[in-house]
Design a protein around this ligand. Structure first.
Ligand code: GLY
Length: 248
């Protein structure tokens, strides 16, 4: 048996919707950075940073993705007697022939969730309950902030191989006072109550702005206030969009 697969080229972007098995409600777009090193070099990781929205996934393309990809999936699952309700994360390749689906995830994604949630201005619980109770159509589309939110992952040295555990982390309060929100992913307290790294991806330093450049500046200002000698991060999260913004 020979399997011939199409090699897709283009830019990757993610589109998130909620569905109750019939209704489909968009809740944002994002772009992730999978490689460990600046300039998208080095081994793949679970994600070294992300931002939302992803302007490359325009409202027109979102409409096309719903119509050509998501709606047929949701409809077929329901017709097959296996209706799906909840969050659908569509990993897309934006090719010259239009958006193509690479994968679906039945979850928010990490670090995508960290940039989607600050832009979600409704009551997420209300929308999730409506998904579970098949009454999404009774709710207004959730309000999403126009701000850009960007998160930078601080990882422990060695990641995505064997990360160095136990490294002390200081300066969280200072970084948050500078305007960032820091989500803890792989942290713990040692016997003296000192915050330490306990995993590969350790912190998500998250900031917002009017565009990617502003959000990126704010996130790296906060990172520079952290004292985490055994940690590292990429310094170019959002580079594609910053370059496009620079082009005017
Ligand atoms: N960041 C990719 C994922 O959560 O699958």
């Amino acid at each position: 048996e020979v399997v011939i697969e199409e090699f897709l080229t283009g830019e990757e972007a993610s589109f998130f919707v909620l569905t109750d098995g019939a209704m489909i409600v968009p809740i944002g777009t994002a772009q992730d950075h999978k490689r460990v090193g600046d300039g998208d070099t080095g081994p793949n990781t679970g994600g070294m940073g992300a931002y939302s929205p992803a302007p490359v996934l325009s409202p027109m393309l979102q409409g096309e993705v719903i119509e050509r990809i998501i709606a047929p999936t949701v409809k077929t699952l329901a017709e097959d007697g296996t209706p799906y309700s909840g969050v659908l994360y569509c990993g897309l390749m934006l090719t010259g022939e239009g958006p193509k689906l690479i994968e679906y995830n039945c979850r928010f994604g990490d670090p995508e969730c960290q940039v989607l949630m600050p832009r979600f201005e409704g009551d997420l619980g209300e929308y999730m309950l409506a998904c579970a109770e098949s009454r999404l159509s009774a709710l207004r589309p959730p309000p999403l902030s126009d701000d850009t939110v960007l998160t930078v992952v601080m990882a422990a040295k060695g990641y995505p191989g064997t990360p160095e555990k136990g490294g002390a982390i200081r300066g969280i309060e200072e970084a948050e006072q500078a305007g960032a929100k820091i989500f803890h992913a792989g942290t713990g307290l040692d016997a003296d109550g000192q915050l330490i790294a306990t995993g590969g991806r350790v912190l998500n330093v998250t900031a917002r702005g009017a565009n990617v450049r502003e959000a990126q500046d704010a996130a790296y200002r906060a990172i520079d206030l952290l004292d985490f000698p055994t940690g590292f991060c990429r310094r170019d999260i959002g580079w594609r969009e910053v370059a496009r913004e620079g082009d005017g």
